[in-house]
Design a binder for this molecule. Sequence first.
Ligand SMILES: Cc1cc2nc3c(=O)[nH]c(=O)nc-3n(C[C@H](O)[C@H](O)[C@H](O)COP(=O)(O)OP(=O)(O)OC[C@H]3O[C@@H](n4cnc5c(N)ncnc54)[C@H](O)[C@@H]3O)c2cc1C
Length: 381
Amino acid sequence: MEVFDTIIVGAGAAGLMAGAHLSHQKVLLLEAQPRVAQKVAIAGGGRCNFTNVHVDASHYLGDSTFVSSVLEEFDNRAVLAYVKRHSIATVCEKNDQYFCAQSAKNLIDALLRDNAHHTLKTNTSVKSATKKGDLFTLDTTQGTYQSRHLLIATGGASYPKIGGNESGLALAKSFGHSVNPFESVLVGWTLQSPQAWMRDLSGVSLRATVRVGEKAFTDWLLFAHKGISGPAVLSASLYWKRGSVSIDFLPDFALKELSHHPKKLLANALPLPHRLALALLEALEIPNVSYKSLDKSALTKLSLLKAYTFAPAGTFGLSKAEACRGGVATDEIDASSMQSRIIEGLFFAGEVVDVTGELGGYNIQWAFSSAVCAAKALAKA
Ligand SMILES: Cc1cc2nc3c(=O)[nH]c(=O)nc-3n(C[C@H](O)[C@H](O)[C@H](O)COP(=O)(O)OP(=O)(O)OC[C@H]3O[C@@H](n4cnc5c(N)ncnc54)[C@H](O)[C@@H]3O)c2cc1C
């Protein structure tokens, strides 16, 4: 049987970027889906937000020393240099998020060109892997393959309809690795009955600050049939487990400014979508009267517009989540190489590792950084 230098399981963001940096090796890429990199294709609304101006460990959930070390191997400047080398036009939006100017397809095509000399098998799902002596043997839906090194880049479990699954965790466990279960993040929140009024606002959006513990995100919040969503909620969801969150519905407005309009009804004076202003006043049991007619208790309740605290019921789930928290535990992976500390020759990259970035291009950046870190070590192995 042909023996490959490296088998990469998963031809997504991490798998393809690793292959692109293994030009001198005989590499086999195994991809379960009919097409490669389907999450990259839909990322950023089809234009893939592939990195950010502010890439550092503070934007990731995970061991910060581990994350910093891996990001340094292929940072945002290196990613930008890669896309420039491939003549992919880019745009920087919101002053910090880099997207493909036209389509994520440009990035996928570049990655595929850099993997053209490798063997790529689609519709090939890896069922199990073992190591005997120096060789890994992989049992797949299309037969058995062998290699000297194995890179697991199977991604997270979100978006199962385009291939998200937990097989990377099962493979890691079979080699003795500890894993933390995947949980949906970068996802909307469902509501408990005291917040049922928010469902009636479906379609309304506003700029808001969402706080979870010490973390605060100011961006768009969208009311939906299922609950609340939008970038501010998705970002905050990374840090939410259970318990309370708080929303400032007026991040750019000080309540004392209402005194400039002492006679206007509150719902007209508040710089909020009118339907939301009315619903919020009702939910907080504040009469819709003029600011100057509010009594002390109503004024106290009014301050809740800037700190509306409640506990979400749960999340919209894996089918809507842009990422998964959890993954292969990083204390059993060497940060300088992404190699397993348990099995020599076994490597991990991308979302399958227990490192998850905020919204804004941090997860593709992580996939690329960890992939290049692994590829550099594989090239020397
Ligand atoms: C809707 C959506 C929008 C997103 N937008 C952004 C964005 O704009 N910016 C950003 O940074 N991140 C974004 N993300 C997250 C980002 O896409 C992922 O974090 C990133 O793709 C992870 O890269 P990966 O290579 O680890 O996994 P993936 O890109 O998911 O690739 C893993 C590959 O492994 C394959 N695979 C899985 N199991 C097996 C198996 N057993 N055998 C063979 N193959 C297997 C899968 O089919 C898949 O192709 C988005 C995600 C979603 C769902």
